[in-house]
Design a protein around this ligand. Sequence first.
Ligand code: HDE
Length: 718
Amino acid sequence: MAKTGKRGGSPSSKTAQSRTPTQDRKARNGLGQRGRGETHQVAGGDVPVLTTQQGIPVADDQNSLKIGARGPTALEDFHFREKLFHFDHERIPERVVHARGFGAHGFFETYESLSDITRAHLFQRKGERTPAFVRFSTVAGNKGSADLARDVRGFAVKLYTQEGNWDIVGNNIPVFFIQDALKFPDIIHAAKDEPDRGFPQAQTAHDNFWDFISLNPETMHMALWIMSDRTIPRSFRFMEGFGVHTFRLINAEGKSTFVKFHWKPKLGMQSVVWNEAVKINGADPDFHRRDLWDAIQSGDFPEWELGLQLFDEAFADRFAFDVLDATKLIPEEDIPIRRVGRLVLDRCVDNFFAETEQVAFCTQNIVPGIDFSNDPLLQGRNFSYLDTQLKRLGSPNFTFLPINAPKCPFHTLQQDGHMAFVNPKGRANYEPNSWGGAQGGPRESPERGFPSYPEEAAGHKQRGRSETFADHYSQARQFYVSQTPIEQGHIASAFTFELSKVETIAIRARMVAHLLTVDEALGTTVAQGLRLKEIPQAAQPAKPVETSLAPSPALSILGNGPRSLKGRRMGILVSDGVDAKLLKALTDALAQEGATFRLVAPMVGGVEASDGRWVDAHEKIDGGPSVLFDAVAVLVSDDGATSLMSEPAVRDFLADAYAHLKFIGYVSSALPVLDKAGVRAAGDGGIIELGNAKNAAPFVQACRALRYWERLKTIKNP
Ligand code: HDE
């Protein structure tokens, strides 16, 4: 469509009622006679002619058809009617959970044949590449909520295999809140905004949520996870993913092996600190989606390895917990993870709605060689997801949408329904039938068809839960003791923060009672943080808490740090007179490291460097706060320092970087600015002077630690 420059014009202005020059040109060109697919020459090159949905070329997209320039609109204006009609129907219901999400395309590549354990097509050959689509999400918030909400992240992977679509619809936490799918509406209702007031949005820091948690001890393990830094990831690229439930792999001989699925990020794990999360939500509510978009667009493709925890019935029988209980995990130290392939995201969507919004994941989408376990949560999910798809996408034919359709041949005998645009051809729409050849349609195949594992199942019909699901505290405790002291501090702070937003004192106390059962020190710290007048009695567990479970170091984020700046971003604050050599050395060192940077300047137009060259900036100072970066450098001249000193945004930039334990590189001219912001460089190993260009590379290397945790001793825990 030609840009006319009239789109923002006031409808009452005289010029809006008359034709624009472009329209005059169109009219002169006789464009009204051109059909769909034909092009039209405008300043930007050849563009298609705008048409209606019926393919009728549009002559004027700026003015509706009126009787007289100031008269009523004519009913016969079909272009107006169709345009508004379609616009009015643009929205579809957002997902009831996981509404806010962001997706990308990529592929999965198998490292080695796994034919001994599964007949799944994608695992048969080393190097086999399977197209993939991944959607990351938050759970509780609405579609327009902010990315850094403290929340579980969805990690849903669709693998378009040669034997059908396989969806691993997982999260970034390996356990779930509840054991039985019947409780799902309750936990979600409790977590989302309270129904009478319609808030709070995208946060669990409110009475209903903690009321539910404190009344359901089975949620305790997950409660510990969501209060850890796992729920404030630095970006999607730095988080793990988990299939959560136990599944089965089935080989060609029908032998079953239990499996748990893991996604391990190549860049390692990283989270933000809570105060940073709060501020990122204001500075850039799209922080996570922008990060993924930027990384893929710049060719820095995020990668995860698929890990399998494989075990047999014998292990399942002797393991201290039930492998069908989704509130439990199997420590990597008990069953090591076998890495069997890599998932690479290398292509952004062409259209957010068509792909990310319309993608329909379903736990029931599995392929020959994979099968379910009897985990009651998984069984319930299998039943639930189709309902959501039908509600959202409005037709059982949602499977034909390009993002959902298999990329292998598929032949069903299903037909009709809303939007049936690919009905089967031929006479037969049932089977068996007497029609041969192409007329006869597709037939079942006992050899190639999906084989369900012939597990024996029998029992009395009953509502109830297995005794083996009854221990709710031991693994919560194991998770807690597996964390570093810093992470334990964050968990205690998060509980204290969330419960401080709970107005009902009895709920605060009930939660503390559970925490005392998980770990006495944790419960006491939170009780003191809340200033509870009385420390409650520890909650009575249904089964004694197993305190001898060994810590699992794999569960810590900090204990498994990548110690690399690869994929991270530095914010470099510059002013006129910035040392050109130093700036170049620093940006070169970052490139060498695989890190990126943004130049933050008093004005976005840029600055004049010491060598007289102009340097374009990426951000104006108040548009580029330090919370958006992993490390910062302050390269200001003497004059620059003088003028920036009185800028509140500059003080926040530095004070936040300091409080968030970031590495700060500075030149001596910046010292007065640092001082004004309360940043004490003396004795702080994370604040590094960049005297000259030679110091740039060592500074970047120091930043590999990502945060200077030592500083915690001099400042309060953020
Ligand atoms: Fe989901 N879940 N879920 N869930 N879930 C949905 O399906 C549901 C559960 C997960 O990016 C819905 O298409 C029930 C566990 C992800 O599009 C819905 C139960 C785990 C996504 C639904 C669970 C998940 C969903 C809403 C209890 C981690 C987003 C939209 C038994 C292993 C997928 C949709 C995407 C989405 C139901 C529990 C992960 C309503 C009934 C456990 C990542 O069908």
